[in-house]
Write a protein of this length. Structure first.
Length: 258
């Protein structure tokens, strides 16, 4: 394994989730200590309040929490434009740029909306054109994997150029769900936080390459070390290891145009 391997976690939350937490990190300083302990260089971070309460509160809480922390990149959550709770149109992307936000999350079940073109309209086209990644999370208290994948299939059928990242799906491998998406949509990505399948990473990389896999931990619901060990110990080449560990996420965020 190369000594230059850098880990960039795409799936990290700060705040105080109500239950099922591996380790609470309510502040950026505490999160950075956890990252140092686990050997993680950088992280794309969201705030628990973005999903458990509202993006109106959580987006600002995230920006405040990670201000002046160069190792932490920020992400916000979206809401339907019809209720006008968040800035609209170009004003939203300008706010993202001013706050150095490079990715978005959608929590349609928690916030009671349909993630469809009839709801978000041209906003989804703007996301695709600007190469802003939209993250979709499989939450244990939410619907089944089948329902969550149906949401992704429907969304990409309507918006095939959208950059979509599925995180926290699994465990034991969801290859029958996500491999067709990899084959059909070149902007679909998948994090490995719950890809708990014997030799699964090796087999996937052998079939498809490593360009669409992202290291993610689903912290604080899970530890950072498990998926990190998967990357370091799987029987894949050094180039693939470096891409999954952090290269792919760094490339995705560099592509964002705000």
């Amino acid at each position: 394994m190369s000594e230059e391997l850098l880990f960039y976690d795409c799936n990290v939350s700060i705040g105080r989730p109500p239950n099922g937490v591996y380790r609470v990190c309510p502040s950026a300083d505490e999160l950075l200590k956890e990252m140092d302990w686990a050997g993680i260089d950088r992280a794309l971070v969201r705030h628990d309040l973005m999903s458990s309460q509202s993006p109106v509160v959580g987006n600002q809480a995230l920006s405040d929490a990670i201000a002046s922390q160069p190792r932490l990149a920020g992400s916000w959550a979206i809401l339907p434009p019809q209720t006008k709770e968040l800035p609209q149109g170009d004003a939203f992307f300008e706010a993202m740029r001013d706050a150095s936000i490079k990715a978005l999350w959608a929590f349609p079940e928690e916030h009671r909306y349909m993630l469809r073109r009839i709801v978000f309209g041209n906003f989804l086209d703007e996301l695709a054109e600007r190469r802003v990644p939209l993250f979709l999370c499989r939450r244990p208290s939410a619907s089944s994997n089948l329902d969550r994948y149906r949401l992704i299939y429907d969304l990409l059928e309507e918006c095939p150029d959208l950059t979509v990242v599925a995180v926290g799906f699994g465990p034991w491998g969801d290859d029958r769900f996500f491999r067709p998406l990899v084959e059909a949509y070149p902007r679909f990505y998948y994090d490995i936080s719950r890809y708990e399948l014997d030799c699964g990473l090796r087999d996937y990389v052998s079939a498809y390459g490593a360009e669409r896999l992202l290291y993610g931990s689903n912290f604080p619901m899970n530890s950072m070390g498990g998926p990190r060990m998967m990357v370091t110990c799987s029987e894949i080449g050094d180039d693939a290891r470096a891409q999954i560990a952090g290269g792919n996420l760094a490339r995705l965020l560099e592509e964002v145009q705000l």
